[in-house]
Design a protein around this ligand. Structure first.
Ligand code: GLN
Length: 188
């Protein structure tokens, strides 16, 4: 059975693990470097990017995560996308492995959360109901990055750079498993 990790330091890791089980994958909660062995991919969940970064640093996970993401499919959702980005506007980057520039909290506060039907490149079957909670946007995407989805105003909310995937929204908070299935195909 394919093993895919979920970084389980803070945030929505249990919800991602649930979604992986739905698509026939055994999720592995990653809390220390040794947990990365034998994984074929990794999800970095939404939560609070600064908290995830602080906990990853104290667990000695920053370098191992950087090495992992250099080779294996890695998907950052919301805070996880911020965690992957090469640059965060106004702050220092965390992993810095994906050639995107992100802006945190681009839609305001928790109370400004919203759902938005999105057409996502590569995800068949019609619009995807995307949940945005204190979400970032991708302000710039490098030449190797494919834009998968934009809002009506043109802002980028999902992107892929080879085996790296970033989404500003929360696919683990819906019953729609299509994005998880897409990521699992990348891991195979
Ligand atoms: N606002 C959070 C951050 O900046 C991300 C929010 C989320 O993951 N839902 O890290």
């Amino acid at each position: 059975m394919l093993k895919i990790g979920v970084l389980a330091l803070q945030g929505d890791f249990a919800e991602h693990a649930h979604m992986l089980r739905q698509v026939g994958v055994q999720p592995v909660e990653v809390r220390q470097p040794a947990h990365l062995t034998e994984l074929r991919g990794l999800i970095i969940p939404g939560g609070e990017s600064t908290t995830i970064a602080r906990l990853a640093l104290s667990a000695g996970l920053l370098e191992p995560l950087r090495d992992f993401a250099a080779t294996y499919p890695t998907w950052g959702t919301c805070a996880g996308a911020i965690f992957l980005a090469r640059r965060i506007r106004g702050e220092a980057a965390h992993l810095g492995v994906m050639d995107i520039v992100v802006e945190r909290n681009a839609f305001g506060r928790q109370i400004n959360s919203f759902t938005q039907p999105l057409a996502i490149n590569g995800i068949g079957g019609g619009d995807y109901c995307a949940v945005f909670i204190r979400a970032p946007v991708i302000r710039e995407a490098g030449p190797q990055v494919d834009v998968l989805a934009r809002l009506d105003d043109g802002r980028i909310v999902a992107a892929q750079q080879g085996h790296l995937l970033a989404s500003a929204f929360h696919p683990e908070l819906t019953a729609d498993t299509r994005m998880h299935a897409y990521f699992v195909r990348l891991c195979q």
